[in-house]
Design a protein around this ligand. Structure first.
Ligand SMILES: N[C@@H](CCC(=O)N[C@@H](CS)C(=O)NCC(=O)O)C(=O)O
Length: 212
């Protein structure tokens, strides 16, 4: 399997961690959505990361890819079977993809991507406004998280939210442990998992090779 993307992206990391949790091997092909290669556009028609090819089968979008991997390699399950639990797991994935990521993106763009990768000035006011914006979904998640995983067994819910928090970390942001103690303890549990650690180690290597 080939995975196209850049590991900073929480969407790419979601697929990487899911693959590692399932014990799957893959080849990571660096792909820049702003300068797409012809090969990349064949697998990702809208030039978004992540994308995947598995033999002659191509797919883009992290949710679509994880759904495919789950069907092809069901064990260990990352999507609960029980109807309510499955709905809740996808709900948390959506909270990550459509609420937390858009709210927090200005932090990453203005404190990491612009100054450190693109060499342009970041908009600090936008980053500060985003810090306020992430407080609402984080407070919600703090109210939902217990002492185990977000929904029953470890699932795509945990992977999605943790992947987004890790990307915010590249911009110097960190979870306020006094304000979100349950979430901070949950994140430490996610980060202690073997699949997460393997993905994190590989991510560090990719960054080092890119001069990051
Ligand atoms: N819904 C997609 C979102 C993917 C996405 O927006 N990825 C970003 C990188 S974090 C991207 O490719 N942005 C480039 C662009 O939108 O042109 C998924 O889950 O994979």
């Amino acid at each position: 399997m080939k995975l196209y993307g850049f590991p900073l992206s929480p969407f790419v990391r979601k697929v990487v961690v899911a693959a590692r949790e399932k014990g799957l091997e893959y080849e990571l092909i660096p792909a820049n959505p702003n300068q797409p290669s012809e090969e990349f556009l064949k697998v990702s028609p809208f030039s978004k990361i992540p994308a995947m090819s598995d033999g002659d089968f191509c797919l883009a979008d992290s949710t679509a890819i994880v759904t495919y991997l789950e069907a092809k390699h069901p064990d260990p399950a990352l999507l609960p079977a029980e109807p309510r639990a499955r709905g809740r797991a996808i709900w948390f994935e959506e909270v990550s993809d459509t609420v937390l990521i858009p709210a927090g993106a200005p932090i990453v763009v203005n404190r990491f991507l612009r100054p450190k990768i693109f060499g342009t000035e970041g908009d600090e006011a936008a980053a500060q406004a985003a810090e306020e914006a992430v407080a609402k979904p984080l407070a919600y998640l703090e109210g939902e998280v217990g002492e185990g995983w977000l929904v029953g067994d470890f699932s795509i819910a945990d992977i999605s939210i943790a992947c987004t928090l890790k990307t915010l970390g590249y911009a110097g942001w960190s979870l306020d442990k006094a304000r979100y103690p349950g979430l901070a303890a949950w994140y430490d549990r996610v980060a202690a998992r073997e699949g997460w650690q393997r993905a994190a180690d590989e991510e560090t290597q990719v960054f080092a090779s890119l001069g990051g």
